[in-house]
Design a protein around this ligand. Structure first.
Ligand SMILES: C[S@@+](CC[C@H](N)C(=O)[O-])C[C@H]1O[C@@H](n2cnc3c(N)ncnc32)[C@H](O)[C@@H]1O
Length: 269
């Protein structure tokens, strides 16, 4: 079969799972035969053995995320190794990273903790962009932490980050800033098909999804860190606002994603 024929057939097989079936077919073929996506275009009449490629397409057609099939995800223009032991980093989390970068880029020395670090997308990206900062990264999942360590090594920032397992910020040493994208989806929420492939430990946060958010806010309240940057669900603003009411923080601000939905908060004390 030629590259052109295979891409056309795969595109049709992926229409029911993807808004971008052509692009996903191209990503999977590139991964299967080791050519870049640009090379696929210039070599579209080349013949190849299509068996492996269509096995990958079949997995995607069953809703498995492309990122788990190819073992890589893009975040903030960097490539991260991912497996089903960690969440696939999401574009909205880039906004959280952007918020921290905006407030710290001119600071001489700062220590930042990424709580619930998962693949390490947040902490590794910050370590790449903040040469004067040092970092802690923790997760309750030892498997996820291994992935984060792998990604730190891949991007040459291992020596800047101390990794350890923890239940949220329970054992967090002194630091200046806490950043977190904790699990915040309500337990009863009906997850879309591809998301079912991701670890529920990374997604679910109790009856209304706010259990870990609340515990983290309390831990931050008792900790020496002065600022907490945190992502949450678009409908959790009121929960956080009410919860913080009696904690007498200096400020509580919310930020929006590109669709205008409130997707996170910044607390200062
Ligand atoms: C939503 S994922 C975020 C991963 C990564 N920071 C990102 O933004 O892509 C949440 C992470 O929290 C971890 N987690 C769940 N419960 C935890 C807890 N009690 N303490 C620490 N980490 C926890 C999960 O293992 C998962 O890696």
């Amino acid at each position: 079969m030629t590259i052109k024929q295979a891409l056309l057939e795969a595109k049709n097989l992926l229409k029911h799972v993807s808004d971008i079936p052509q692009k996903e077919a191209s990503i999977l073929l590139s991964y299967a035969i080791g050519l870049t996506q640009a090379e696929l275009i210039t070599k579209e009449n080349y013949e190849f053995d299509e068996k492996t490629f269509f096995e990958l397409v079949a997995r995607r057609a069953e809703f498995e995320p492309v990122e788990y099939i190819t073992k890589k995800a893009n975040f903030y223009s960097l490539e991260f190794y991912v497996s089903p032991n960690c969440l696939i980093p999401r574009p909205e989390t880039e906004i959280l990273v952007e918020k921290v970068l905006n407030q710290t880029v001119n600071k001489k020395e700062v220590t930042i903790a990424d709580i619930c670090s998962g693949s390490g997308a947040i902490v590794v990206t910050l370590a790449k962009y903040l040469p004067n900062a040092t970092f802690f990264a923790s997760d309750i999942s030892a498997e996820a932490l291994e992935i984060a360590k792998h990604n730190a090594a891949k991007h040459n920032v291992s020596e800047k980050i101390k990794f350890y397992t923890d239940d949220l910020a329970q054992n967090l040493p002194p630091c200046d800033i806490i950043i977190s994208n904790p699990p915040y989806i309500a337990d009863s929420y009906k997850l879309p098909n591809p998301v079912k492939y991701e670890p529920s430990l990374a997604l679910l946060g109790g009856v209304d999804g706010s259990d870990l958010l609340k515990r983290l806010i309390i831990q931050f309240h008792k900790h020496s860190a002065k600022t907490l940057f945190c992502e949450f669900g678009y409908d959790q603003r009121e929960i956080v606002q009410n919860f913080c009411q009696n904690l007498s923080f200096k400020s509580l601000d919310f930020y929006q994603d590109y669709a205008g939905l409130t997707r996170g908060f910044i607390i200062k004390k």
